[in-house]
Design a protein around this ligand. Sequence first.
Ligand SMILES: [Zn+2]
Length: 193
Amino acid sequence: MAKPSGGYHHAHYDFGSGFCVFNDLVLAGRTLLDSGAVSRVLIFDCDVHQGDGTATLCQDDDALISCSLHCERNFPARKAQSDVDIPLENRLDDAQYLATVNSVLPWLLNLYRPDLVLYDAGVDVHQADALGYLDLSEQGIYQRDRAVMAHCRAQQIPVAAVIGGGYAKDHQHLVPRHQQLFLAARDALEESD
Ligand SMILES: [Zn+2]
């Protein structure tokens, strides 16, 4: 499932931050856990900024696992501690980023065995993003999103994805970046038919 909004990972328990008021990722995960539908949820956060709100809210929760891949020298200045943090160098490119996802995610899925992955597919990793300092292309975003779905599918774990951040003065430039998640989800579904 892919949703055309969401990923408010800077929202904390009792205050908002970085354009985020309510932490939808943690709320969704906790609600599903409380309902008994799942017993462990992994929040896999690929927005270029660290998911500090998510990290703090998951800190004392063994059933809600947070992992943030983020550009180290970027907002928030003071990082929180996720269950797993993967700090990235400035100007990381498509191949380096994809290699990181391909080594981290299978390891995480094996380690935590989640029943569900909540995926923050932030597009502020794009090379032209106003608030990100990485160097991914649109194709790189597509490959990242495909890789996340492929790794989860290989272990029969459902994924719910939100589009996270993405910043440009001209919103027309954002549309094709955000589109990649939906193209990747469509192609992953077609492949599984
Ligand atoms: Zn962001």
